[in-house]
Design a protein around this ligand. Structure first.
Ligand code: ADP
Ligand code: MG
Length: 246
């Protein structure tokens, strides 16, 4: 279980997350939803230890989450990645093996073979020599997924992985996430589109600076909770699983 107690984060005095208390059980696929600026990325970055200035405690099992980082693979939001950095697809995926390398060791044959397998899993082997700056949105996202796979982690955090990608890439990623989930991995996905929530996830975290709700899709992904998080900003839209107008 990932146990978050009284998490508070602010940026220069402006609160981004307030009093977030949540126990996230391991082994599920979980969507994180909420309007723009709700603190979804901040929440994930807090769990990853990227945000140091926070209060509260975050533990996995009985350990501080800071001690478990090797076991958490992270696919950042596209806007957080420096795409001008000169690096090939293969070398990008290889960096996924670094967290689990022993001190002062370079990736060897084992890691290189793993990289080839991870590229195959998301169908990017033919792009191996390309610079990441020359890829389409969907290809790039698959590279970052392959990199996460190469980390051989048990927990995966993905921040808006389906934004700006083609349908084929989305399908490949969705199927892969399903497979990981079947293998017992824990998957947390910041997701901006409410339409697929019911189809993609077991559980949902609804955030808007505060935790609005967390639980199974069937009980938690309700019009009332969506209203609480989004207010009237959604307008009258029909969302699958909500059974009516929001
Ligand atoms: P979301 O991912 O839900 O869109 P974020 O976690 O990115 O939301 O941001 C939450 C709030 O914190 C927003 O108001 C955003 O403008 C602000 N914020 C995020 N990152 C920073 C930062 N590095 N510096 C200052 N403010 C930030
Ligand atoms: Mg975000």
């Amino acid at each position: 279980m990932i146990q978050v107690k009284n998490l508070n984060v602010d940026y220069f005095g402006n609160p981004a997350l307030e009093q977030v208390d949540i126990d996230i059980p391991l082994g599920y696929s979980i969507g994180i939803i909420g309007p723009n600026g709700a603190g979804k990325s901040t929440f994930i970055k807090s769990l990853l230890g990227i945000i140091k200035k926070r209060s509260g405690t975050i533990t996995v099992g009985n350990s501080d989450i800071a001690l478990c980082q090797k076991d958490i693979a992270y696919v950042p939001q596209k806007s957080d990645v420096d795409l001008t950095f000169p690096i090939t697809v293969r070398d990008t995926v290889l960096t996924g093996t670094y967290p689990k390398l022993k001190l002062f060791r370079r990736p060897g044959k084992k890691e290189k073979e793993l990289v080839e397998r991870c590229m195959e899993m998301v169908d990017i082997s033919d792009l191996a020599h390309k610079q990441i700056s020359n890829l389409s949105g969907g290809q790039l996202q698959r590279v970052f997924i392959a990199r996460a796979l190469a980390q051989q982690a048990n927990i995966f955090f993905l921040d808006e992985p389906f934004v700006g990608i083609d349908l084929v890439s989305e399908k490949i990623i969705v199927n892969l996430l399903k497979k990981l989930r079947e293998e017992g991995k824990t998957i947390l996905v910041v997701h901006h589109d409410l339409h697929e929530v019911e189809e993609y996830f077991d559980k949902v975290i609804i955030l808007n600076r505060k935790l609005i709700a967390f639980g199974d899709i069937s009980t938690t992904f309700s019009s009332q909770n969506i209203q609480s998080a989004y207010g009237s900003s959604l307008g009258n839209v029909q969302i699958k699983g909500l059974g009516g107008l929001v």
